[in-house]
Design a binder for this molecule. Structure first.
Ligand code: FE2
Ligand code: FE2
Length: 248
């Protein structure tokens, strides 16, 4: 990768004087805090290369390979656990936001439009509820907080009028679209073929969230009072909720 300043930021690492030369460190171990070069990946690649180079007995090589494979599987499990947990939390929160908006604007002309978006969020939520046991992922312990916070955000924005509710939708869906895009990239970097069903599902949800964003813009989101400030504050809140739900 070229940084544009003539500095090459290659994800491959040179280990001078070591029994192994270069190793693939551009893959991510699944923890958000880890940035390439990934220490976990360095270790598993190093073990494999070292055993090959040293011509260790076959039994040792097989044992090391198995340990390395176990490390990779653990990394993958951690990545999927984190993804399913945060997506489940996000869809749960989105459902609660629309519930809050419907409580205020349900009997107005935009009521059916908001209801339609909420129905899609409920479908997304159902899908992730099925995926939790399938991927052996744990839901976030913060669900009771998102339950209340989502409803309050939805109702509070709707009290500013339909423009306020739509501005809230635009802010939330902008963050969610970015979030899903980054997950799609991460899954494709890991193994496109293995994660194909999950990638397709997330792509479908990402497109539907984009439709919600467009609906918000179409219904005068930008005419909401303090539109820029309001949407920026909501975006920061959503990103914080994502960060927390990935971890606890
Ligand atoms: Fe959704
Ligand atoms: Fe949505």
């Amino acid at each position: 990768m070229d940084t544009g300043q003539g500095i090459s930021m290659t994800p491959r690492i040179q280990f001078r004087g070591s029994p192994y030369d270069t190793m693939d460190t551009d893959r991510h171990c699944g923890t958000k805090t880890c940035q390439p070069p990934c220490p976990s990946n360095i270790i598993s690649s190093a073990v494999e290369k070292w055993t090959r180079k040293m011509s260790l007995p076959l039994a040792c090589q097989l044992c090391c390979r198995r340990l390395s494979q176990q490390a990779r599987n653990a990394r993958k499990r951690a990545m999927l656990d984190r993804m399913i947990r945060v997506d489940h939390a996000g869809e749960f929160g989105a459902d609660r936001i629309y519930a809050g908006q419907i409580a205020v604007l349900g009997n107005t002309p935009v009521g059916p439009i908001i209801k339609e978006m909420q129905n899609q969020e409920k479908q997304h939520l159902e899908e992730f509820e099925k995926m939790l046991p399938e991927y052996r992922a744990r839901p976030t312990v913060l669900l009771p907080i998102w339950n209340v916070a989502g409803f309050v955000l939805g109702a509070g924005s709707a009290l500013l009028g339909k423009e306020g509710a739509m501005a809230c939708t635009v802010a939330v869906e902008t963050v969610i679209e970015d979030h899903y895009n980054s997950q799609i990239r991460e899954l494709m970097e890991d193994d496109t073929e293995e994660h194909r069903p999950l990638i397709q599902k997330i792509k479908q949800f990402r497109d539907e969230e984009k439709d919600h964003l467009d609906t918000g813009l179409l219904h005068d989101a930008e005419k909401a009072p303090f539109y820029t400030g309001l949407t920026e504050v909501i975006k920061v809140g959503c990103r914080t909720a994502i960060w927390l739900s990935e971890r606890i």
